[in-house]
Ligand binder design. Structure first.
Ligand code: ATP
Length: 329
């Protein structure tokens, strides 16, 4: 405690932290402040509950991580980054992302208290409808594009974009979530991109360019070639999602992850007969093996070339978030 207060004095943060403590004394929540209800989702490392704040009656989605599991699987950095990114997005005020209200912990678990997206995830919706029509695909892929523009302009890569991570709010507009694989681009990653070794690395600069992150069907080919991932890896996943909205299934599918990876590396996918021509052209321009050649990567202003693609003819991106969603719950 003494060391902490000395450090706080040295960096001038003692007054700030005193103020923070005052603020959190009033607002700080703990497990007992919530009534936990049904499980609304289960991830590889977490369980998501619907919960109610006893004091305000407000509903939240609370994501609970088992600390031991996180430590065992060496996921602490990912969980910390997830919290950092969610805080950045929450403070930014954008309506395109799930908001993080607060975090707390008990002896065994870490909790993320998030805004509750009442209408669940896009995969469940898509599966219940088999596929989306073109109007619906334009609208939802248009909103996902807005979310990617916003995220990438903040220098954040999502790296696990997939229909399960696109949630639907009360008005059936999207809320992007799951930032557990995300990456905040900084000097370190810029050095990676320029192939300059990082002097701060303690493994002789031989750190692998990419760790395997994401979900097999949506992983971009550069992951396998150990080329540092960039924003265009999210554009690849975006192309997979547009395809999936129209057909009902992702473009690269097979029995095992290994076979999916092989298909991705060989760009081995096809379109069903009578596939919408403009959508086909858009997908073909996104599912390009070379990351720098994907549509949008050369845009001076993100992602004007995708917005201008003929598939989005007639869609007004500027009013999209205020437009009535084509799906109802
Ligand atoms: P994965 O292992 O797939 O990466 P994860 O552990 O990171 O998953 P999330 O993807 O954040 O967990 O959440 C799992 C599921 O829980 C989601 O697909 C969704 O169905 C549900 N869920 C998560 N957050 C919310 C929310 N804010 N509102 C409603 N449902 C949610």
């Amino acid at each position: 405690e003494t060391t902490r207060s000395v450090v706080a004095q040295l960096d001038g943060s003692d007054q700030r932290s005193a103020n923070d403590k005052m603020a959190t004394r009033v607002h700080k929540r703990k497990v007992d402040d919530f009534i936990f209800g049904k499980v609304v989702g289960e991830g590889s490392f977490s369980t998501v509950y619907l919960a109610k704040d006893k004091h305000t009656g407000r509903q939240y989605a609370i994501k609970a991580y088992e600390k031991l599991h996180i430590l065992k699987e060496r996921k602490s950095d990912d969980v910390r980054r997830e919290k950092d990114v969610m805080n950045i997005l929450t403070n930014s005020g954008s309506s395109l992302f799930v908001r993080l209200s607060c975090t707390f912990q008990d002896r065994g678990r870490l909790f993320f208290v998030m805004s509750y997206a009442k209408n669940g995830d896009m995969l469940s919706f898509l599966n219940s409808m088999d596929s989306f029509d073109i109007t619906c695909t334009q609208f939802y892929s248009g909103e996902i594009l807005l979310a990617l523009e916003y995220l990438h302009n903040l220098n954040i890569q999502h790296r696990d974009l997939k229909p399960e991570n696109i949630l639907l709010d009360d008005n059936m507009h999207i809320k992007l979530t799951d930032f557990g694989c995300s990456k905040i681009n900084n000097l370190e990653s810029e050095m990676e991109t320029l192939n300059i070794s990082n002097p701060n690395e303690n493994n002789n600069g031989k750190e692998r360019a990419n760790s395997f992150v994401g979900t097999a069907q949506y992983i971009s080919p550069e992951i396998f070639y150990e080329i540092p991932t960039s924003f265009s890896s999210d554009l690849w996943a975006f192309g997979c999602i547009v395809y999936q909205m129209i057909t009902g299934y992702p473009p690269f599918r097979c029995r095992t992850d290994y076979l999916i990876f092989r298909k991705i590396m060989n760009l081995d996918y096809s379109f069903p007969d009578e596939f919408h021509e403009d959508a086909k052209d858009l997908i073909e321009k996104l599912l390009v093996l070379e990351p720098n050649k994907r549509l949008g990567t050369e845009d001076a202003k993100r992602y004007t070339s995708i917005r201008a693609h003929s598939f989005y003819k007639g869609l007004n991106f500027d009013t999209l978030l205020k437009t009535k969603a084509p799906l109802s719950c």
